[in-house]
Write a protein that binds this ligand. Structure first.
Ligand code: DCT
Ligand code: MG
Length: 574
């Protein structure tokens, strides 16, 4: 039983089940070792596991599907405690990192990696033979296809927020036959040519769009996005390449993308993710997909989207989308969220206050300075910057820097480095070999920015970086012969971190998540400063130590250290 402070001996705890479609542990029965909730970390893990659908077995029994072993214990101690010579076949034995990682990625992750290994435990070689429909699925599906035991004991929806955990062992609910969320659809067979990085990309795409695989990735850059732009959610980054899809499924792709955007905006991240996944799968098809059946044969497309694909092809549009388009509030939110400085929260507040148009906002709403700039330059900031123009902006910054000191290097990042024909903004990474970050910052913030402001190239300083070390400057720039304002970011980085920063600021976001996932699978950690090993984390996967730097300076060496071939920027579009 779980005790909590509120209960004062009543032995109850708050349990808030996540929505049904997110219960990745549904149908699984966890036995924790040691199997008590006296340790706060373990108690937290147990509660979280239940919230994500698992049942907690407080006594070892034949329904147990997983044994989650604390880091300080080994396999021998487990057997001794259970008074067993060996475990019954089919039980998955993992260490305490497992549940948190699954929750991070909103799916059941591969249990065979070293990251989850319990000291002294050798996973049986035969585990890969459990219900294997296809050898290429081995590690991914072996766990999920494990036959579910009969005496299913699952927390049912009537569990209240103050549920006593002993309900877990006493309330029985029948298991549904449908696979748990996160279980791979049997159609979703990994491509056999896939390398480790491809696998990570596929897994990053399959994982929850909001899953954070490394807390460091939110530093600075992402926070800016969250605070200031409509792309509060990763899905809001469109990967259709607005320049237009061609090929046999072009029209279907446009309609599906609109639907994905719609789900983005109504914060339905699960559907958004599914659509995004289906879009990238469909884009790879060389023939026209016209029927539900054909669509379902495509890896990455499930039955519901397959049905919609058929409808799009048959009727050239989609009822669901027409309906979505009618949603006035949605349209208002979309309009407001395109204003620089207006995120979902502010847009909702404005809409709730009854404002419908940009004029309403200008006349009646209380706006921040940035939002006013955002409205004044609504069209500018919402139009793409042609590649040649990105180069002109970068050229002006480079020239000015040259006059301020030797050896400054400016790299144009983001979609530009990935080869895009146009970009949403101009991302410039500035470094100087041998110089400290302080020296670079002083030059850029105290000399370059004032100089370019004086010359009316930098026309607005927008979000100030929230980082104490001030390594980012966000603003707007305008070419001498133009009146169009563009969003520009100056990102400052010392030489030692250049490789990791090049990697991070090239993106795209999914590629970055994939690289971090890959690093984490190898027991390392990747962020925009470097690749680290031996990072210590506590039970909640909070970082306890930074770890040892493996590589930060050289982008290629980061790929090498992760054991994957170099991938040129233009091939990082996921
Ligand atoms: N980035 C990321 N995750 C985010 C946002 C950004 O990893 N949520 C990284 C990858 C790209 C880089 O930062 C630059 O970000 P943006 O300028 O937002 O993206 P972009 O790829 O350059 O696209 P755009 O053309 O729209 O600017
Ligand atoms: Mg950009």
């Amino acid at each position: 039983m779980i005790k909590n402070k509120k209960g004062k001996g009543k032995q109850v705890v708050d349990i808030k089940l996540v929505p049904e479609d997110q219960r990745i542990f549904q149908g699984l029965h966890f036995y924790f070792f040691p199997n008590s909730d006296t340790h706060p970390g373990r108690r937290q893990r147990i509660v979280k596991a239940i919230e994500y659908g698992a049942s907690w077995q407080d006594k070892f029994n034949d329904t147990v599907t997983h044994i989650i072993v604390d880091r300080d214990y080994d396999f021998e101690q487990l057997l001794k405690y259970l008074k067993l010579k060996e475990l019954p076949a089919g039980i998955v034995v993992v260490n305490e990192n497992y549940t948190a990682t699954c929750m991070d990625f909103y799916k059941l992750v591969d249990t065979s990696t070293i990251e989850f290994r319990v000291k002294g435990y050798e996973p049986p070689a035969s585990s890969a033979t459990i219900a294997q429909p296809n050898p290429s699925q081995a590690s991914e599906v072996s766990l999920q296809l494990k036959p579910v035991k009969r005496k299913a004991v699952v927390l049912s929806s009537q569990v209240t927020s103050e549920a006593s955990l002993n309900l877990v062992s006493s309330s029985a609910a029948s298991l549904s036959n449908s696979p748990a969320p996160g279980v791979l659809d049997p159609q979703q067979v990994p491509n056999k040519d896939e390398d480790e990085l491809d696998t990570a990309i596929r897994q990053a795409k399959e994982s929850h769009p909001l899953a954070s695989d490394d807390e460091d990735d939110v530093e600075g850059h992402k926070r800016r996005k969250t605070n200031n732009w409509q792309d509060k959610f990763q899905c809001m980054h469109k990967h259709t390449g607005k320049s237009g899809d061609q090929g046999p499924n072009a029209h279907t792709l446009v309609v599906l993308q609109e639907l994905a955007d719609h789900y983005d905006q109504i914060r339905d991240q699960w559907r958004c993710k599914s659509y995004r996944q289906a879009i990238s799968a469909l884009r790879k098809q060389t023939t026209k997909i016209s029927t539900k059946e054909a669509a379902m044969r495509v890896y990455g497309i499930g039955s519901s989207i397959a049905e919609k694909i058929e409808e799009i092809v048959r009727t050239t549009h989609l009822r669901k989308l027409d309906f979505a388009k009618l949603d006035e509030r949605q349209q208002i939110l979309n309009r407001f969220m395109k204003i620089y400085g207006v995120g979902l929260h502010a847009a909702e507040n404005f809409a709730s206050a009854g404002y419908k148009t940009i004029d309403d906002l200008l006349q009646k709403a209380e706006l921040t300075d940035n939002q006013r700039i955002g409205i004044d330059h609504y069209d500018d900031f919402n139009s793409r910057v042609p590649r040649a123009e990105v180069e002109k902006h970068a050229g002006i910054v480079k020239k000015a820097l040259k006059g301020l000191g030797k050896n400054y290097i400016v790299n144009t990042m983001g979609s530009y480095r990935r080869g895009a024909q146009d970009s949403g903004d101009i991302d410039l990474l500035i470094t100087k070999p041998g110089a400290s970050i302080d020296e670079i910052r002083t030059t850029v913030m105290d000399r370059l920015v004032p100089l370019l402001t004086k010359h009316k190239f930098l026309v607005a300083a927008l979000a100030q970086t929230s980082q104490a070390d001030g390594t980012k400057w966000h603003g707007a720039s305008c070419l001498p012969d133009s009146s169009t304002w563009r969003r520009i970011d100056l990102l400052l980085v010392p030489e030692e971190e250049l490789g990791a920063a090049l990697l991070y600021f090239t993106g795209n976001d999914i590629f970055n998540r994939s690289m971090r996932l890959l690093a984490s699978k190898k027991g390392m950690r990747l962020n925009q400063r470097g690749l680290y090993k031996d990072v210590l984390r506590d039970y909640g996967r909070e970082k306890l130590s930074e770890g040892t730097l493996v590589e930060g300076k050289d982008e290629r060496k980061i790929f090498e250290a992760l054991g994957v071939p170099w991938r040129p920027p233009e091939h990082r579009i996921c």
